[in-house]
Design a protein around this ligand. Sequence first.
Ligand code: SF4
Length: 334
Amino acid sequence: MSHKNIALFVAHVGCPHQCSFCNQHIITGKQETATAADVDAAVKTALDSGCRDGQLAFFGGSFTAIDRPYMMSLLEAAKPHVDAGEISGIRVSTRPDAIDGEILDILKEYGVTAIELGAQSMSDEVLRKNRRGHTADDVRRASALIKEQGFELGLQMMTGLLGDTDEGAVFTARELIKLQPATVRIYPTVVLEHTELARLYENGEYRPQSLDEAVNLCARLLLMFEDAGIRVIRLGLHSGGNVEDGYIAGAYHPAMRELVEGRIYLDKALEKLRDFEGGDAHRYKIFVNPKEISKMTGQKRENIVQLKDNNYICNVFPDDGLKKYEILIEEEDK
Ligand code: SF4
């Protein structure tokens, strides 16, 4: 079940060091970290706006590694709202090496329902190069514990990290699928100001993915997770922070998911169109689920233009009988 997140930020709090790519002040757009008073205020705002099953979400840091009195002050502020049924639960994001039985007991007692782990890669070498400070086995161990204790597990991965490749990211996705999370977030790496990656990029020691490379790879990853029945709840950094101000290089687009889903439809259409006789340009009708028409068409009709560049003149039509990502193609004159 999905709930609206009432997000509060604890930017970098609890992080033992700064990972190569990370600048939470830019990503979240917040300099201040949440306080107990902020928890009450955020819940009140959500209730005033009619939100009845929101989930309080602490993002942007390593929640379970926050120094204990501060972490407890946030949980103590949140719990009465869970008990009163004003929010449906609490979601936290944290590091895989900051999970053990003791902390999970505390989280459970205070109404935490979902835990997201920043896995980022399942290659130990990529994790080391990006200064993550944990291993792929930490991700496996923490994921198993979280699921055993009955929490909803979320996993986050990145593409285009220092030392990573497309095949490396596909391997990471396969390993994450084995852990059977309920949700996944995929973040193509963006080079942000005041990060180690920015320094390496400026010295010519790191080449980020282009937007097109990231879109192609994320199209593969998204299909892998969806085929495995795992919901991808985020693709690309949120445009709500200060990413556009702190951006130096890399694959950032405010509508990354739309681009990726559009690419899935373009690839599928091209694959099917190759089954038709070649020769001069032909006209085709492409049928998709009515909700998916804009994805098939692409942003600014980009997919239709690309199909035309490949000698396929296409128009898109709705068909209620088709599921997401299913397409049917007919020659127009038939
Ligand atoms: S990626 Fe996570 S653990 Fe690393 S610095 Fe950022 S918030 Fe902290």
